[in-house]
Design a protein around this ligand. Structure first.
Ligand SMILES: Cc1cc2nc3c(=O)[nH]c(=O)nc-3n(C[C@H](O)[C@H](O)[C@H](O)COP(=O)(O)OP(=O)(O)OC[C@H]3O[C@@H](n4cnc5c(N)ncnc54)[C@H](O)[C@@H]3O)c2cc1C
Length: 419
């Protein structure tokens, strides 16, 4: 009988692992709580109304139409029964395995900052991105009806965290405000809308080269983003944030882009965990003492950065190694091939630190960024719609996805109630 491989998580690691197993003599079950794979590097564009949610997500089943040995199961994994070698799911039958690949990714970490959990909006999932878009656009509608709300911070966004996600979010929001919403809300003084980026380190994009960091900071400032560098957030409340310096910023929107830790599943597996809850693994990505349990991506405690290329390469490695084992060959250690990092600030402004100390900034880096993101996006349809959206926005300075798709719970009606 063929060995059963269960992969938990259809993210970058899980998908690439399953792809490597398509032609192996194994039965693969890929489990995810969502029925889609999310391309997280473009989530900020959904939050800033540049792309639609369906542009950056792809149904998992659609990725494996031609793979006879890969099944998908939509379910939330709640734990593992190690003795019975079964993955426990909170909905439907449990899943027995011969090899288990844990690739459930990461979740937001609020670092215990008071009020951050309750009053800030994280950007970790597709639902988070849509929530931010709805929230910001709703505040513009409310301010249009009652402009006095602008002074109370209704059009101020504080982005916490100056890593790639925070920088990209802040840059995209100022562009949304100045290029698009200023035309939509002609009676509102949109120039008073603020985007403030708070970063603990002395500069934005801490892991990038000095040149990239300088360029990103200059471009953000040129676009109107206010930087608070070397500054910590002490508290987040319903009215805004309080910084360590004592400054209070009134803001109705606080986006948390400051940190991640291993997804909650890592805490219930009874496996040794290291920094930020990541599961400890050996050089081949197996859990020490458990030769049939593999961890890949953001959850794996390898000390490598939590980025998509690491997850993809680790997922592919695990798939290849399971294939080797099935064919009676020895397992090899994992080696990461670092092809550099990129981040974009906005229209014609990006930074790229590439191998051989090649440093790109400005329009060249931006075009490289656009091209690579299109290339890695799953599915031809998504690539086509993203390309159309980007071309349209570039030529017309417009963003078509500024829809408010969720209404808040109705406020109690003021005034006399009839009858
Ligand atoms: C907003 C944002 C922007 C980013 N930008 C970049 C970027 O520009 N470049 C870059 O390289 N990296 C970027 N990253 C990081 C990158 O997305 C991650 O490193 C990568 O997704 C990790 O892959 P993974 O397979 O480990 O996890 P993921 O891709 O997160 O996949 C994990 C999957 O597990 C599922 N899951 C979790 N728990 C359970 C459970 N209990 N049961 C069932 N399913 C579960 C989730 O639904 C998810 O589909 C960004 C991340 C975010 C959040």
């Amino acid at each position: 009988v063929r060995q059963r491989v269960v992969i938990v998580g259809a993210g970058f690691a899980g998908i690439d692992c399953a792809r490597r197993l398509v032609n192996e003599a194994v039965e693969v079950t890929l489990v995810d709580r969502n029925n889609f794979h999310t391309f997280s590097p473009l989530l900020y564009q959904v939050a800033a109304a540049g792309l639609a949610d369906s542009d950056v997500a792809h149904p998992v089943r659609g990725l494996f139409h031609d793979a006879a040995n890969v099944r998908f199961r939509q379910a939330t994994v709640s734990g593992v029964d190690w003795r019975a070698r079964t993955v426990l799911v909170s909905d439907g039958p449990d899943l027995p395995f011969d090899h288990l690949v844990v690739a459930a990714g990461a979740t937001t970490s609020f670092f215990g900052v008071p009020g951050a959990d309750a009053h800030s909006l994280p950007l970790g999932s597709l639902a988070d991105a849509v929530r931010i878009r709805n929230h910001v656009l709703r505040l513009f509608e409310a301010a249009d009806a009652d402009p006095s709300r602008v002074a109370a911070g209704d059009l101020t966004v504080v982005v916490i965290g100056g890593g790639p996600t925070g920088v990209e979010m802040a840059g995209a929001l100022t562009e949304l405000f100045s290029m698009v919403l200023a035309k939509d809300f002609r009676r509102l003084d949109v120039a008073r809308a603020r985007v403030v980026l708070v970063e603990l380190a002395g500069g934005v994009l801490p892991p990038f080269s000095d040149r990239a960091r300088r360029h990103a900071a200059e471009q953000l400032v040129a676009r109107g983003v206010e930087l608070r560098l070397g500054e910590a957030v002490e508290e987040v409340g319903p009215e805004g944030v309080r910084l360590r310096s004592g400054e209070r910023i009134a803001a109705a929107t606080v986006v948390w882009a400051a940190g991640v830790r291993a997804a909650g599943l890592a805490d219930v597996l009874d496996l040794p965990q290291g920094r930020a809850g990541r599961i400890e693994v050996g050089p081949d990505l197996r859990v020490p003492g458990r030769p049939d349990v593999w961890v890949a991506g953001d959850m794996a405690g390898t000390g490598l950065p939590q980025v998509a290329p690491v997850a993809k390469q680790q997922g592919a490695h695990v798939g290849r190694q399971i294939g080797r084992l099935v064919r009676g060959r020895a397992v090899q250690p994992f080696r990461y091939r670092d092809r550099g990092s990129m981040a974009t600030v906005g229209r014609r402004a990006a930074v790229a630190d590439l191998p051989l100390r090649i440093r790109l900034t400005g329009a060249v880096a931006w075009v490289a960024w656009l091209f690579l993101h299109l290339l890695y996006l799953a599915g031809l349809r998504n690539r086509a719609t993203v390309l159309v959206n980007w071309t349209w926005s570039y030529l017309t300075w417009d963003r078509g996805n500024r829809l408010i798709t969720e209404l808040p719970a109705p406020a109690p009606k003021r005034g006399r109630t009839p009858g």
